[in-house]
Write a protein that binds this ligand. Structure first.
Ligand SMILES: [Zn+2]
Length: 223
């Protein structure tokens, strides 16, 4: 029995370190400022590790993280869970194939969401990697309305942009959800550059449908 407990605590320790490492990376990359952004990862079927509210992600420590159940009740930790906890819980409920959620404020993704310009169906590898490049229409931050709209959009994508706000990315682990965040911000950088020259041409509709089928097949393969 003690051996099992030991293995469990080692796993929890590694997951805490993993979340903190990626929070620092989000801050270093300029994807969030000060206390912004939040990250979560499943500890097991019934428990989630989440970042606290009110802590600068560049200075986050493993002991700052909080454990909640899948209804959002706090199980352990000194601090208060992120105010966007509902967004994490609904995202993971919608996508049982995923174990981690990264929410951040990448500047170009937010900027592009303010323009109403077409983003989806222009960059084939983005479609293959994360599905449709969607902008979820504005909902007030920290509300269940926002959480529900994001969860619904994640049915078609592994990463989405919330209008006027930021991104939400999911993955089988924190590294994958973080990687999708990088990918969506990089796509917005390319699209920003293209739009500064001329309106970029989308791929043919039939090609976009084929790319989406490939994305969906790869998602099924990950389950
Ligand atoms: Zn936010």
């Amino acid at each position: 029995m003690p051996r099992v407990t030991n293995v469990t605590s080692q796993m929890e320790h590694a997951l805490r370190e993993d979340i903190v490492r990626h929070c620092r990376l989000l801050h270093q990359r300029g994807y969030l400022a000060a206390n912004d952004g939040n990250v979560s990862a499943r500890l097991d079927a019934n428990r989630l590790l989440v970042t606290p509210s009110g802590v600068h992600k560049g200075f986050l420590e493993p002991g700052d993280l909080i454990i909640v159940d899948m209804k959002g009740n706090k199980l352990s930790g000194e601090r208060t869970p992120t105010g966007e906890l509902a967004l994490h819980l609904r995202a993971l409920a919608q996508r049982p194939d995923c174990n981690a959620v990264v929410h951040s404020h990448p500047p170009l993704a937010i900027a592009m969401s303010l323009t109403k310009k077409k983003l989806d169906g222009i960059l084939p590898e983005v479609t293959l990697s994360l599905g449709r490049l969607q902008v979820v229409p504005y909902k007030r931050p920290l509300t269940d309305d926002l959480a529900r709209a994001v969860a619904e959009a994640l049915e078609q994508s592994d990463a989405i942009i919330m209008e006027r706000h930021g991104t939400v990315a999911i993955g089988k682990d924190v590294a994958q959800a973080y990687g999708q965040t990088e990918r969506i911000e990089h796509a917005c950088q390319v699209l920003w550059s293209a739009y500064s020259l001329a309106a970029p041409r989308p791929v043919d509709e039939s090609e976009q449908r084929a790319l989406l089928r490939m994305y969906e097949a790869s998602r099924l393969g990950r389950r």
